[in-house]
Design a binder for this molecule. Sequence first.
Ligand SMILES: NC(=O)c1ccc[n+]([C@@H]2O[C@H](COP(=O)([O-])OP(=O)(O)OC[C@H]3O[C@@H](n4cnc5c(N)ncnc54)[C@H](OP(=O)(O)O)[C@@H]3O)[C@@H](O)[C@H]2O)c1
Length: 241
Amino acid sequence: MPPFDNPRHVLITGASSGIGAALAVALAAPDRRLSLGGRDITRLDAVAVACRAKGALCETHQADVTDKESMATWLGDADAEQALDLVIANAGISGGTGKRGNATDVSDGEIFATNVDGVVNSVEPALARMLARNAGQIAIMSSLASFRAFGRSPAYCASKAAVRFYGEGLQRAHRDSDVKIGVICPGFVRSPITDANDFYMPMLMDTDHAARRIVRGLAAGKSRIAFPLPLYLGIRMLSLI
Ligand SMILES: NC(=O)c1ccc[n+]([C@@H]2O[C@H](COP(=O)([O-])OP(=O)(O)OC[C@H]3O[C@@H](n4cnc5c(N)ncnc54)[C@H](OP(=O)(O)O)[C@@H]3O)[C@@H](O)[C@H]2O)c1
């Protein structure tokens, strides 16, 4: 298995905020190209400034993950520019964050369109190219919420379970290749998604901490990056009940 600790070209969806932005900054380094996507180009450009300050070559692209065709074009163009080593399908919404400032107006369909179709639209074009050259890494953003169907967020939990299963199935489908597929399952991370929650969130962590855990897991080529451990074990036990 090739090393994954120094990807030269990294593409991140949903890099304009929260975990995606923190991942971009954590991965920013000289001689590394970052292709960052999101709908809000102003926030995205601010993230790019921070990445360039760390020496990365950084490009931003206004990209809606629900738009299959434009995602295929963006990923194809980015890969043609320089072969993608790592694609992080991170963009996602919850019931409270889909249309910022209009929190209550997010339908279950919109959650599935972004969190499930959006991931597929981000993974498929990259995976095909990586498999063709037998090199690369794909990371899919799921959640610890994928292990339990919570009544307060049925569509969100279901969407995260769907993409976790998608990633785990892809791992099995391509186990003989050198393309690595990882599934990321964080607990509660401080971001607009958790800001919208009005309940107690155990072990809430900041985005920089989460990004460091994720970058470490990706560099180690892990199939599942799930943290924090006590919450992961707790939710696994809960899911057995
Ligand atoms: N925060 C947590 O506790 C937690 C825990 C586990 C998993 N996660 C997952 O982590 C990912 C990032 O969430 P976050 O907590 O960092 O929330 P966030 O700060 O709200 O970030 C979500 C990102 O996704 C982008 N996005 C949303 N809809 C999009 C669309 N249709 N097309 C392209 N980009 C879109 C947003 O950018 P624009 O608004 O610019 O489009 C933003 O950059 C999500 O998949 C979330 O489910 C979060």
